[in-house]
Write a protein that binds this ligand. Structure first.
Ligand code: FE
Length: 165
């Protein structure tokens, strides 16, 4: 009785999400900083987790941050690296960022644009060079940023609701 007529979906299950990840409408990209945007895909309020695309059109240091929880990344375009590691994540690369890691996201000078899918658990804690906390993000701050941007750009604040579970 907890299955629908097709027997495939539990009545307590959340609705699925299936979207074209790369939007054709530029307004879907939410500005994060100058020349930095994110595109929400799944904003999980039950588990404190979110999936998005990060798009960067500048080079140099983007942020130094700590993840208390795991992050998974997959590079769709361009490349980037963490100053603390000797590898470069290039198009097609998968990256696992373990809980507890502090790193400094950097885009090389020869990369005009990078786009990466990130699945982020919990939060991102931003740090200065002395590892002092300078700010944080979680699924709720991401939702708030989306709502403010979509209201302002004309899509409507509730445009983000389709990505929230
Ligand atoms: Fe990270």
């Amino acid at each position: 009785m907890y299955r629908d007529m097709k027997g495939s979906t539990h009545v307590l299950a959340s609705p699925e999400i299936a979207v074209v990840a790369m939007p054709t409408d530029e307004r879907v990209w939410v500005p994060q900083a100058k020349d930095v945007w994110f595109r929400p895909l799944m904003l999980n309020t039950r588990q404190g987790q979110w999936c998005n695309l990060l798009r960067v059109r500048k080079s140099g240091v983007l942020s130094r941050h700590l993840h208390p929880n795991p992050v998974h990344g997959f590079v769709l375009k361009g490349k980037w690296f963490y100053r603390e590691h000797d590898w470069v994540a290039t198009e097609g690369s998968y990256v696992f960022e373990p809980p507890g890691e502090i790193h400094t996201l950097t885009v090389p000078d020869d990369t005009p644009e990078m786009i990466t899918f990130f699945n982020i658990q919990g939060s991102m804690i931003y740090l200065d060079e002395q590892n002092r906390h300078t700010g944080y993000e979680d699924v709720f701050t991401k939702i708030d940023m989306c709502r403010a941007h979509y209201a302002e750009c004309g899509l409507g604040a509730d445009y983000v609701d389709q990505f929230v579970r």
